[in-house]
Design a protein around this ligand. Structure first.
Ligand SMILES: Cc1cc2nc3c(=O)[nH]c(=O)nc-3n(C[C@H](O)[C@H](O)[C@H](O)COP(=O)(O)OP(=O)(O)OC[C@H]3O[C@@H](n4cnc5c(N)ncnc54)[C@H](O)[C@@H]3O)c2cc1C
Length: 477
């Protein structure tokens, strides 16, 4: 009698190489059903945003080809995972489900419930680590507590030695005799059409496993050497751009670590790997503080006097604040689905401190607009910038959008690219066009309040207001 198939349920691990759940299933020698469920409806799960869905389409398409080449087609199903798995098990006679773990609170609750149900039904479920260097519970303080500060967490990660080596890609996958019915990817309409706001995204990204591997190898053979010194300059292509690939699991952090360890170590490669540990830290924080996606880690911020101002929020989202560095960042996000890390910090600080708008509004916009939108990294970073996180930049440290521009985009390359209507303004005024003499603006074809907005708030006034708001919660503390 033919042995029952194993379902490999792909989630944020859309790759063939270093995929522990897939490898374990293939190693049994039994038929494998590769499955992806578009689950936007299980309780407690945060539905993916628009840019994430766009990315997902590309990664699934790519993975579908890889699986086909290895012998087993990808089955696509839509719905709440528990129901879909139940139906698939009934359809195929599968008795085992393998998956790589996800760490969002909603996914943990869903997966635990599924595991229990399967086991109660006499079936077998097993999960693996396919997304992190170390599980959140493997890195603990000497007192066996979770970490709240990055530096000791980082040291503890380094003290573990070399992370487990990545697993090879399976040579072949035995398919089911009769493959289950699958949805058509195009029918899911993951990519926008009317309007196609992602029309320019393909210029910037090559989604899927191959795209990720090419990006990593190009980066390690080139940019990484200058990473430490150039990574903060948004006008220079100095970072890896691997974050969406990491989020969807087109590549694993263990693959990155192992590949980076094969090159001559430099300050650049060390700093790069440290950033990969920042990602781990976000997951660690989220695992131990599941409410941090909506609630401040420092509870005194519950009393913060947030402002409600829809026109300011719209100006921020659309890159019309009148501050060139902020507008460039928000427009880069809209056009490409990403934004340089330095600029993410500056725009986030501007929303929270200059406009006093709740960080959750910014987090939600990033969630929808970023191709790398990630519950752990996004909420940890928003809390960090807002000063209410565990290991946060103090609230009173308020980024000045003018001097940040002058320091990190001194020749205006970045601003000119994304805010072309002020491209003719000289370097001296590119980050503060309102200070330029009238004749200079005229010559540059800029009419403030007409071709480009005047600043929606005054930096000095906004700074004072932010400090007063902070003082009010300090008193209440
Ligand atoms: C307000 C705000 C929101 C953010 N939201 C997200 C998000 O939703 N998803 C996301 O992946 N990153 C987020 N980041 C972190 C960071 O901006 C991006 O990871 C980085 O810009 C991705 O570019 P890269 O791949 O070229 O990074 P590189 O500089 O090449 O770094 C390598 C990898 O390290 C990780 N990394 C780097 N910086 C950070 C960081 N500060 N925190 C966590 N991981 C990091 C990423 O996985 C990245 O791909 C956010 C940062 C801020 C300030």
């Amino acid at each position: 009698m033919a042995s029952a198939p194993i379902i490999v349920w792909f989630r944020q691990d859309l790759r063939m190489t270093d995929n522990p759940a897939l490898c374990a299933a293939v190693a049994t020698g039994r038929p494998v059903i590769p499955l992806y469920i578009l689950d936007q409806s299980s309780d407690g799960l945060r539905p993916m945003g628009g840019a994430s869905l766009w990315w997902l389409h590309g990664s699934l398409e790519s993975m579908g080809h890889h699986l086909q080449n290895l012998g087993a087609p990808l089955t696509l199903k839509k719905g709440a995972a528990k129901e879909v798995l139940g139906q698939l098990i009934a359809e195929t006679g599968a008795d085992t489900v393998y998956w790589n773990r996800c760490y969002e609170p909603g996914a943990i609750a869903r997966d635990k419930a599924i595991k229990n149900t399967l086991q109660n039904d006499g079936l077998y479920a097993k999960s693996f680590n396919g997304s992190l260097l170390y599980e959140p519970w493997e890195i603990r303080t000497k007192q066996d507590k979770p970490y709240r500060m990055f530096t000791p967490f980082y040291r503890m990660v380094l003290s573990q030695g070399t992370p487990i080596q990545p697993l090879p890609k399976p040579k072949q996958i035995i398919p089911c005799d009769v493959p289950p019915k699958s949805d058509y990817l195009d029918d899911w309409s993951l990519q926008p059409t009317r309007p196609n706001w992602a029309a320019s995204f393909p210029e910037f990204w090559s989604r899927g496993e191959l795209g990720a591997q090419t990006l990593l190898s190009d980066f390690l053979n080139g940019g990484v050497a200058a990473y430490k010194t150039e990574r903060d300059f948004p006008g220079v292509a100095a970072t890896s751009r691997l974050s969406p690939h990491l989020h969807f699991g087109d590549i694993s952090p263990r693959q990155i670590w192992a590949s980076a360890s094969t090159i001559e170590p430099t300050a650049g490669s060390e700093t790069f790997l440290k950033e990969v540990v920042w990602r781990e830290f976000g997951y660690h924080l989220l695992y131990y503080n599941p409410a941090m996606t909506t609630a401040p880690l420092q509870t005194k911020f519950n009393a913060f006097p947030w402002a409600k101002n829809d026109s300011h929020l719209v100006a921020w989202k659309t890159g019309q604040t009148g501050y060139p560095m902020i507008d460039a960042g928000m427009r880069e996000l809209w056009a490409t689905g990403t934004m340089h890390n330095r600029v993410r910090m500056v725009v986030a600080s501007f929303l929270v401190k200059h406009l006093l708008i709740h960080w959750r509004e910014g987090e939600a916009w990033f969630w929808d607009a970023l191709v790398d939108a990630d519950l752990a990294s996004n909420s940890a970073n928003w809390q960090w910038v807002s000063g209410c996180g565990a290991d946060a930049a103090p609230y009173f440290r308020i980024f000045n959008p003018i001097t940040q521009g002058e320091r990190f985009d001194a020749d205006g390359t970045y601003v000119r690219r994304w805010v072309p209507e002020i491209a003719g303004v000289s370097n001296q005024y590119i980050h503060k066009p309102w200070d330029a003499p009238k004749a200079t603006l005229l010559e540059a074809g800029v009419s403030l309040g007409d071709t480009y907005p005047r600043p929606i708030v005054d930096h000095k006034v906004a700074r004072k207001k932010a400090l007063a708001a902070l003082a009010s919660i300090k008193q209440a503390d």
